[in-house]
Design a protein around this ligand. Structure first.
Ligand SMILES: [Fe+2]
Ligand SMILES: [Fe+2]
Ligand SMILES: [Fe+2]
Length: 475
């Protein structure tokens, strides 16, 4: 039989349906000293990406997430792993003295194989909700796409505020919130255009050359200082932050990683070209206005900020938006008809929804950080009742006893929790550049889905975590 190809001894299913294969690949990928927990609150190793791998085997990525589960820890864990896996495609090197062992581990053939099995599996897990959230009519054509996209451009121009800028300016510490926002942009901006540049390869007609024009702009025409990621590094330095990618890994929010991973998905698998064209039109068009709103808010919060990155985009994205529309959207629909139009509108809607999720995550995190003293008060109000409920067997608790400098790598919980310190001193990490010191008989309420961590600041520290599920039941 000429179609009888597979040897029965071999694995015949390399698809995302092969749970065992994909799961083994993910667990294998996560098992590296570069990904194991350590004691650094900011990443200490150029190639390090802390994935909390000891937790991963308790997570089941086989059933795609529903929309309401996107903020949960399992999604956060999947996003961290997926981002680190995508990096097998991007060469990252320190300015000097690369560590050969780490370098070779990060780019080993084994890790590349594991990543390529794990990535589509995690993408199915994370992004299937988009198919349910976005239902398109099947009648999109050149004319209706043009009307829809131009009306979007007009609306986008009229924006006079964004949720992120409001959150920054109204927060307790606008300068810290502004830095936090720069950090949330970093997963994307520090490798800006690298996902896009995956489309530099291939043979697919005029749109390939039009896309390449945008790519070379993003890369500063080969001048390193004008490369957009280089300009963003200058922004970080002027804000007093390290430009090293991804120094602040532990403070990337779930939503920020979800957004970066969305762009990775629609650029790595090239059959997503039409979705990508829709997404790039949305991003380049939306960014013209939001870029100037972000610039103004960030400069208000951080007066010495180097804003050349933002200035550059305010003007160049006018060109990019026009190029994306005239030379990508229109040409793709002319060449490939309805199939292209459907993909383009889908990519446009998906990119918009995923960016909204990312921005909402940031806004919620800023509110959570600003509520530290309220959460201490809430702890005081309910602590006796929670302790009694535990004694009556109605609440679960975990007892922890940790030595000095033990770091609980940032994470989140799916329900509200109560943290009570019974001995020693804990630096509770409420989020980026915000800590609360908890001594013996102090405590705090940990809001569900909020990024937090802990660092032990005494010889040892005993603390208890109570799963109270919903704080409102107790108040
Ligand atoms: Fe750019
Ligand atoms: Fe651009
Ligand atoms: Fe926790």
């Amino acid at each position: 039989m000429k179609t009888d190809i597979h040897d029965t001894r071999l694995i015949s299913d390399f698809s995302v349906s092969n749970d065992d294969l994909c799961r083994d690949a993910i667990l294998g990928f996560c098992d590296s000293p570069l990904f194991h927990d350590d004691e650094n609150r900011y990443e200490g190793n150029f190639y390090g990406r802390r994935l909390r791998p000891h937790i991963v085997k308790h997570l089941d990525f086989s059933k795609p997430l529903k929309t309401n589960e996107i903020p949960n820890y399992i999604s956060f864990a999947a996003n961290r792993i997926l981002f680190a896996m995508n990096e097998v495609d991007f060469l990252m090197m320190p300015l000097r003295d690369v560590n050969p062992k780490d370098f070779e581990d990060r780019y080993s053939n084994v890790r590349i194989s594991q990543a390529y099995l794990g990535m589509p599996y995690l993408e199915k897990f994370l992004f299937s909700f988009l198919d349910k959230e976005i239902v398109l009519s099947d009648s999109w054509n050149a004319k209706s796409v043009e009307e829809y996209f131009l009306s979007y451009a007009e609306q986008a121009r009229k924006l006079d505020t964004t949720p992120a800028t409001e959150a920054i300016l109204s927060s307790n510490q606008p300068s810290v919130s502004a830095r936090d926002w720069l950090i949330q942009l970093a997963p994307d901006f520090l490798i800006e255009s690298s996902p896009m540049a995956r489309y530099a390869a291939g043979n697919y007609g005029k749109i390939s050359s039009s896309l390449f024009k945008i790519i070379i702009d993003e890369l500063g025409y080969g001048e390193h200082e004008r490369k957009h990621s280089s300009m963003f590094e200058e922004t970080l330095i002027s804000a007093g932050l390290s430009p090293e990618p991804h120094k602040y890994w532990q403070y990337y929010l779930n939503g920020s990683l979800l957004l970066a991973n969305y762009y990775n998905m629609i650029t790595r698998n090239r059959s997503n070209i039409f979705k990508y064209i829709g997404a790039i039109y949305q991003a380049e068009t939306g960014f013209i206005r939001t870029c100037s709103l972000w610039r103004d808010a960030l400069r208000t919060a951080l007066p010495d900020l180097d804003v050349r990155y933002f200035d550059e985009h305010c003007h160049i994205d006018i060109d990019h938006s026009r190029m994306a529309f005239e030379s990508l959207v229109k040409v793709a629909i002319e060449s490939h008809g309805k199939y292209a139009a459907q993909g383009i509108v889908r990519g446009f809607e998906e990119a918009r929804l995923v960016s909204e999720i990312a921005e909402t995550d940031f806004v919620t995190q800023i509110k959570w950080k600003d509520s530290a003293s309220i959460n201490i008060q809430k702890y005081k109000d309910i602590w006796p009742a929670v302790r009694d409920a535990y004694k009556a067997g109605k609440v679960r608790k975990a007892d922890l006893d940790e030595p000095r400098n033990e770091l609980s790598i940032t994470h989140s919980h799916d329900g509200d929790e109560l943290c009570h310190v019974s001995e020693g001193t804990m630096e509770f990490l409420n989020g980026f550049q915000h800590s609360t010191t908890l001594e013996r008989d102090d405590g705090i309420i940990i809001q569900r889905n909020r990024l937090h961590g802990a660092l032990i600041q005494s010889d040892n520290c005993k603390y208890e975590i109570y799963s109270i599920e919903d704080i409102n039941k107790w108040l």
